[in-house]
Design a protein around this ligand. Structure first.
Ligand code: CP
Length: 309
């Protein structure tokens, strides 16, 4: 079996199709462990994983911690708010001090694009990017691809619509790279002020109307408006945004009958997605995404630790 020839997981942009397939297949093989009464295997006994989070997280941080624990690694969580970052310690000094404690893998989330890349160039440990600014969120795109593959049996040839705040979304960027590499047709939609200039260069079709983007879609992925990253008001009000871009019972009929609806979370219910769609098992695979997230993160920890050698 193939081995992952990488020290770090920094983004989907630099991943090959073979690497993506290896991670997805490894994650699929790990799914079963989370269904056991005793959800633990000794695979990573003696390894240490540090989760270094400079931004808030529920899903990513918890699932990296659970993933490490299910593989018997020692997992340590550090939040910027309870670390020496609040005393002014720099990322570089923090990294060098963590390196001196000799962990095996450092998982980092940071508001600055490129922070994981800086860390990877400084320390000998493997670095996993758990989201850097508006740049990339590779483990999210991998769990999204795993979910699409599980629900549709394939990725190639599907029409996938990403809708919302594309400009500030690291999830959109990683999914555009990943889904395009895997042969999906990716379209994006949102207000013109939330679409990055030149995004067509990434090979996607751009719409400003939700209805045009989701017509005949196999997969609709709704994205959160990231108010915390917006430096100015780029739309008049949440109410007006919802009138034009909220996925609901009426507009979902434009997609294919067997469309699946995804959202990376956290959701703004009633803004980008109506609660009845988010909670409808005929459409929503949002909690499958979360479940697959644990398996994908187990696969990343395992493969970076030399798994499949
Ligand atoms: N999808 C995602 O990254 O969620 P969290 O911010 O809760 O980790």
């Amino acid at each position: 079996m193939m081995k992952l020839e990488k020290k770090d997981i920094l983004g989907i942009r630099e991943m090959t199709v073979d690497e993506i397939n290896l991670i997805l297949e490894t994650a699929e093989s790990f799914l079963e462990i989370s269904t056991r009464d005793i959800k633990k295997v000794p695979t990573l006994r003696g390894k240490s994983v540090i989760n270094l989070f400079y931004e808030a997280s529920t899903r990513t941080r918890t699932s990296f911690e659970i993933a490490g624990k299910r593989l018997s690694a020692d997992t340590i969580n550090i939040s910027a708010s309870t670390s020496s970052v609040v005393k002014g310690e720099t990322l570089i000094d923090t990294a060098r001090n963590l390196e001196a404690m000799n962990p095996d893998i450092i998982v980092i989330r940071h508001s600055a694009a490129g922070a994981p890349h800086l860390l990877a160039s400084l320390v000998s440990q493997s670095i996993i990017n758990a989201g850097d600014g508006a740049h990339e969120h590779p483990s999210q795109a991998l769990l999204d691809m795993m979910t699409i593959k599980a629900k549709k049996g394939k990725i190639a040839g599907l029409k996938v619509a990403l809708v919302g705040d594309i400009l500030h979304s690291r999830v959109a960027r990683s999914n555009i790279y990943g889904l395009s590499k895997m042969g999906a047709q990716v379209v994006v939609a949102g207000p013109a002020t939330m679409i990055p200039r030149d995004i067509e260069r990434m090979g996607v079709k751009v719409y400003t109307k939700l209805d045009d983007a989701i017509a005949d879609a196999d997969v609709v992925m709704m994205l959160r408006i990231q108010l915390e990253r917006q430096k100015q008001n780029i739309f008049p009000s949440l109410r007006e945004y919802a009138q034009h871009y909220c996925l609901n019972r009426n507009n979902i009929k434009l997609a294919k009958d067997d469309v699946i609806v995804m959202h990376p979370g956290p959701m703004n219910r009633g803004v980008e997605i109506s609660p009845d769609i988010a909670d409808d098992p005929n459409y929503s695979v949002i909690l499958d995404q979360v479940n697959n997230g644990v398996a994908v993160r187990m696969a990343l920890l395992y493969l970076l630790s030399g798994g499949n050698e």
